[in-house]
Design a protein around this ligand. Structure first.
Ligand code: GDP
Ligand code: MN
Length: 400
């Protein structure tokens, strides 16, 4: 799960990492004066709280010297659609603004701890070229990036933090606080089951103090059960349909295509999406009804699929393993009738009692297109949406 800047900075602050004094988050301009007071003296910085970086260049971070300037900044940022290279072309709506006391920046450093999947351990990544996107730096000047693997048992050793500190060009007076900061961030990383804690920039103020000016944090969803606070928090990336599906126990992720896919098993669902793409189509979703694809579950899945107005055809690809194909066929027939589905429906069944299942579908008299293989099904699904009147292209989720 991705955390917002203010959430990540609150966690860092609680662990003792220096962050700017804050007035907290506001959702309306009238909450601003209270936030300015809480942040203490100006100047202030107002920052859009969205799950994407590159906010500075996109107009989502504004410095304000006076309360009047802060008000103008809050009004400009609240409700704006922020478009950065990380949001996709449609951008994201800004609902919250963080009000911090502005920091007097001497220099900006890039600092993060990330789970290095290849090495199977966390690693410190740092660069004296802070503020810029690390991906771009990695591409253009990889030699400017410092790396230090962290032993999962021993944690960060002082000498490792010192080595990075000196390589970053910190002064001897700054090394002590830097080593402390590195160890605290590492502790936050481990305690929260994070796979990323990024401080970009880590600032050295004109007075020589270290301050985490920005923070990005992402935690492992599989460890949510250990973090009730995180589990309670709303998943900001989920759409309304994603949430509805979760409630009824269906594994569903909305995508930007127009072929609704109803599949049992996550692996088969992935293969179905790949095959649809290979056939020249675009899946509208990832949907795994789970192992027990009962008539009820298939009906629920249909209902969710059909609520997505972008869906122009439905492709059912179900493998009868434990479940018999006859049961699945009955489920598809019941669901089609119950939902009054009018869209082209392509069904591919395989597995136990497949012939009997297909016969049931044929006998139902419902207008569905049967397919013999996944490739056949994908091609038929793509053909059925291509024969529809052309529509303007759209993208519900540009960056997925
Ligand atoms: P991002 O663009 O989404 O990564 O947002 P950041 O919080 O990293 O801010 C972007 C840039 O705005 C920083 O690299 C700074 O150069 C500038 N900035 C942000 N906060 C302050 C501040 O308190 N004081 C000053 N002088 N600049 C700031
Ligand atoms: Mn940043």
């Amino acid at each position: 799960m991705k955390l917002l800047e203010h959430e990540a900075k609150a966690i860092l602050r609680d662990r003792g990492v220096p962050v700017p004094p804050t007035g907290g988050v506001i959702r309306e301009a009238r909450q601003l004066s209270g936030a300015l007071k809480r942040a203490g003296r100006g100047p202030w910085v107002l920052k859009a709280q969205v799950l994407a970086g590159g906010r500075g260049k996109a107009g989502g971070v504004k410095l304000a010297k006076t309360p009047a300037a802060a008000k103008a900044a809050a009004q400009a940022i609240l409700g704006m659609t922020l478009i950065s290279p990380q949001t996709g072309p449609k951008g994201v709506l800004v609902r919250e603004v963080l009000v911090d006391q502005a920091t007097d920046i001497g220099r900006e450093i890039y600092f993060s701890i990330v789970l290095d999947r290849k090495e199977g351990r966390p690693a410190i990544i740092a660069s004296s070229e802070g503020g810029v996107e690390i991906e771009r730096l990695a591409h253009e000047r990889p030699e400017a990036i410092l790396r230090e693997p962290i032993d999962p048992i021993r944690g960060v050793e002082d000498y490792q933090a010192r080595r990075i500190g000196f390589a970053l060009g910190l002064t001897p007076e700054q090394i002590g606080p830097f080593v402390k900061l590195v160890k605290l961030v590492a502790r936050v990383f481990i305690e929260n089951d994070a796979n990323l804690v990024e401080v970009n920039p880590l600032v050295v103020t004109k007075k020589g103090e270290l301050i985490a000016l920005d923070a990005k944090m992402s935690t492992d969803d599989n460890a949510l059960f250990r973090h009730p606070d995180q589990a309670k928090r709303e998943d900001l990336e989920a759409t309304a349909l994603d949430k509805e599906a979760k409630k009824v126990g269906i594994n569903y992720i909305e995508l930007d295509g127009n072929i609704g896919c109803l599949v049992n098993g996550a692996g088969l669902a992935m293969a179905t999406m790949d095959t649809v793409s290979l056939a020249g189509g675009r899946p509208a979703n990832f949907l795994d009804v789970g192992g027990g694809a009962t008539a009820d579950q298939v009906t629920r899945a249909f209902q969710i699929l059909l609520k997505d107005k972008a869906v122009k055809a439905v492709l059912v690809n179900i493998f009868g393993g434990i479940m018999k194909c006859t049961t699945i066929a009955e489920g598809v027939i019941t669901a089609t009738k119950r939902t009054g589905m009018k869209l082209p429906l392509i069904v591919r069944l395989e597995g136990t009692q497949v012939e009997e299942g297909k016969a049931l579908l044929a006998k139902s008299g419902l207008p569905m297109i049967q397919a013999d293989s996944l490739w056949d099904a994908a091609q038929k699904a793509v053909a059925s949406v291509k024969s529809l009147p052309a529509e303007n292209g759209h993208a519900k989720r540009g960056n997925k």
